[in-house]
Design a protein around this ligand. Structure first.
Ligand SMILES: O=C[C@H](O)COP(=O)(O)O
Length: 296
């Protein structure tokens, strides 16, 4: 694997990252983002419910809200996807009818990834049989940390195969990776194995998405594109709650990859709590009203 990594020398250090992020934060603090930008961010949300207490009934209700969204907010595009546990694949297949909204599941032993590879593959196949459009899986973090890179590559390739025509988002769980070199290498392995998107976090670890991890992953996407000609999407997820949180990731994507990535095809935000805050902020900008919207 060292030969593979040699194609991708890490182009920055922690100090470079800190000063680049400071500059982007400073720029964001001086800009009043328009409601159109916030609407665009909203359209990139993977609206997520990943609770132990989720049920067929609650997931159906969740989908019904998404189904009603554009009637209630006619000037807006809907969220990009609904993301649920794999057991609810048949529920979202029958309940989610909002045009263009993708059906996504987490799978492969999410969130710990601590099960047999053949069980991961079986779980994915069952979800895909129920017509899901997208599958989010976590790398085997422990194996990665032990340096078993071949295992990571091989397992994601098997998963890629099981996902078939659906989109594969590979979660690195960056909050468990000890340094920027690890995040860089995990990003490259996931992309080399066929990830359509690389995603920061499950939202189930103490540390979720961070701007530092996003910075490294976005540069890895750029470097991978230069070497292979392949375009890969980016999904920060976990702990993204306020419009300001989301706009920082939006700006990072814009600065590092360019505005061609700023659409649901290439950029998603995995979030369970962001949507209502964005709706409230959009309302404030467009009509001056500041009552909190609690649609979802
Ligand atoms: O992939 C999505 C995450 O699990 C959502 O995390 P969150 O509940 O912190 O927004």
């Amino acid at each position: 694997m060292e030969q593979f990594f040699a194609n991708y020398p890490l182009p920055f250090n922690e100090t470079d990252i800190a000063s680049s992020l400071d500059a982007i934060r400073m720029q964001n603090s001086q800009v009043q983002f328009s409601s159109d930008v916030l609407k665009s961010v909203f359209s990139c949300i993977d609206l997520t419910t990943l609770n132990t207490a989720d049920s067929a009934f609650s997931v159906r209700e969740f989908c019904n809200k998404v189904n009603r969204f554009t009637d209630t907010f006619p000037s807006m595009s809907n969220v990009a996807a609904v993301c649920v546990y794999p057991v609810f694949a048949p529920v979202i297949k029958s309940s989610l009818v909002a045009p263009g909204v993708k059906r996504a599941v987490v799978a492969a032993g999410f969130p710990s990834s601590q099960t047999f590879t053949d069980i991961k593959v079986l779980e994915i196949r069952k979800a895909v049989d129920f017509g899901v459009d997208e599958v989010d899986v976590v790398i085997s973090v422990g194996e990665f940390l032990d340096g078993n890179h071949e295992f990571i590559l091989e397992e994601i390739r098997l998963i890629r195969d099981a996902v078939g025509e659906a989109h594969l988002k590979v979660i690195l769980e960056t909050g468990l990776l000890p340094d920027i070199q690890s995040i860089w290498r995990a990003s490259l392995l996931a992309m080399e194995a066929g990830a359509d998107f690389i995603k920061t976090s499950t939202g189930k670890s103490p540390v979720s998405a961070t701007p530092e991890a996003a910075f490294v992953m976005l540069h890895a996407i750029r470097a991978f594109g230069v070497v292979t000609g392949k375009k890969v999407g980016f999904k920060p997820a976990g702990g993204i709650v306020t419009p300001a949180d989301a706009l920082l990731y939006y700006s990072l994507v814009s600065v590092i990859l360019g505005d061609a990535w700023l659409n649901p095809q290439w950029f998603r935000i995995g979030a369970s709590r962001l949507a209502n805050h964005l709706l409230t902020e959009i309302q404030l900008l467009e009509s001056g009203k500041c009552n909190e919207i609690a649609f979802f």
